[in-house]
Design a protein around this ligand. Sequence first.
Ligand code: 13P
Length: 249
Amino acid sequence: MRRTLIAGNWKMNLNLQQSEALAKAVAESADTDSVDVALCPPSVYLAAVVNAVAGSKVAVGGQNMYHAAEGAYTGELSPGMLKDVGCSMVILGHSERRQLFGESNQDVCLKTHAALAAGLTPIVCVGETLQQREGGETSAVIREQFEGSLKGLTAEQVGGIVIAYEPVWAIGTGKVATPDQAEAVHADLRKLLETSYNAEIAASVRIQYGGSVKPDNAAELLAQPNIDGALVGGASLKADSFLGIISPR
Ligand code: 13P
């Protein structure tokens, strides 16, 4: 049985005080007996958020990292640094990283290997643009990102990752994928897991949906058989709306 994972990707938002207050509010009220909950704040606030959720089951993750363990990489963070500060997860290959900062599948792949080696759970993001969807390329794009980002991993290693399907056209636009549209891609990803690895891995790996998830559309999305959680941007910035996604009515 796959346990639902609801993760908040705060992106480049909030200040220190707001980060601490939001993390505390989530830690106090989130129903972590029923679902796994994670917060991914800006990296400068990671330590404060780890501190704010201490004693709860809320996990903390980075939004990105570099693959090397240490060295002359100005401005970057290593997997070990994320671990050291109390993270258990890291988002990798988010479409904003791919589109705005030129991350390739190969970069994401190096990072995925490095995160697993450091004992972090990578949330590996894939997703097509509107142009690709309208051009009928969704399946091919998802397959290419899946294969390129996970190249060289053993089945056992893939068993330790989370995949996030985030259609680029649904991110921050208020245009959520319909439950059927999302489920179709999630089912394809599940099939890819089975053909590339095995049935056991396919049955156990969690696949989150991301893109304009809100309290009023979460329940229907999460009810789909292959949607195992949500990666939430805008609606994770307020305790009420994030908690409303964790426990949808
Ligand atoms: P929104 O929920 O703001 O659309 O962002 C989704 C996302 O990119 C999460 O990683």
